[in-house]
Design a protein around this ligand. Structure first.
Ligand SMILES: *[C@@H]1O[C@H](CO)[C@@H](O)[C@H](O)[C@H]1NC(C)=O
Ligand SMILES: *[C@@H]1O[C@H](CO)[C@@H](O)[C@H](O)[C@H]1NC(C)=O
Length: 219
């Protein structure tokens, strides 16, 4: 190999290396510009079928919250006619303006279908601003738009930005923007995650697991 060829090769390698560093340095993260809010266990309110104790539908071990529910379970409160659920409701951080973000690592075992795993509760009209459901391993916005595919049996990072002032909701899976939708107005808004049965096409058993749940607020 002559030396000029060697230099050429070397400079190409350096350029490639620089580019890789450059893109990782500049790679935007969904949490850029947001500040993490300190959470205590009190901020994690649990909702579960009203006639059974929590430990029959929830565990929290080694930092992993496991939530499960059956299609024939009772609603979370005796006077409700809603579908069964076992959910974390983020408590004490209801918002009505600004920009807020939910982050968590989720896991859905193969077999769970027709379950809402993340939601933004509240809207100017209607109960929710955002519902993210798993159907056959794919994530959908309500039962419609496809948000992400092939999510069974693996941990995936979920970031949901609710920009109330900007009027939109953005969903990221594993740091990649997957879905943007217009918001549904202000309201008494808060984040939830877990399992909440969809109106149709639900599996008998539904489960999701969560770790490293964080809430951020735009600085
Ligand atoms: C889920 O389980 C079904 C039935 O056992 C199997 O056919 C399918 O390949 C599994 N899917 C994934 C993504 O593992
Ligand atoms: C339920 O499943 C049926 C049959 O697979 C399908 O045609 C229908 O669109 C599904 N409904 C929903 C709400 O996903």
């Amino acid at each position: 190999m002559n030396s000029s060829y060697c230099y050429q090769l070397l400079s190409i390698l350096i350029l490639v290396g620089l580019q890789e560093n450059f893109s990782s340095l500049c790679g935007a993260d969904p949490t850029d510009g947001f500040t993490s809010v300190t959470l205590t266990e009190w901020n994690f309110e649990l909702q579960k079928p009203n006639d059974i104790p929590l430990e029959k539908r929830y565990s929290f071990e080694d930092g992993i919250r496991r939530l499960w529910v059956y299609a024939d379970d009772k609603p979370h409160n005796p006077t409700s006619h809603t579908q069964p659920r076992t959910e974390v409701r983020i408590r004490g951080l209801d918002y009505s303006s600004g920009a807020w973000q939910f982050e968590g690592y989720g896991f859905v075992p193969n077999g769970t279908s027709g379950a809402t795993i993340v939601q933004i509760h509240g809207a100017a009209k209607g109960p929710t601003t955002l519902i993210l459901r798993i159907f056959n391993g794919n994530m959908r916005y309500y039962s419609a738009d496809l948000v992400a595919t092939d999510l069974y049996d693996k941990w995936f990072r979920v970031n949901v930005i609710h920009d109330v002032d900007g009027g939109k909701v953005t969903v990221f899976i594993d740091g990649i923007q997957k879905f943007v939708v217009k918001y549904k107005g202000p309201g008494d808004l808060y984040f939830k995650c877990g399992v909440y049965a969809a109106p149709a096409n639900i599996s008998y058993y539904m489960e999701s697991r969560w770790k490293d749940i964080k809430i951020y607020k735009k600085c």
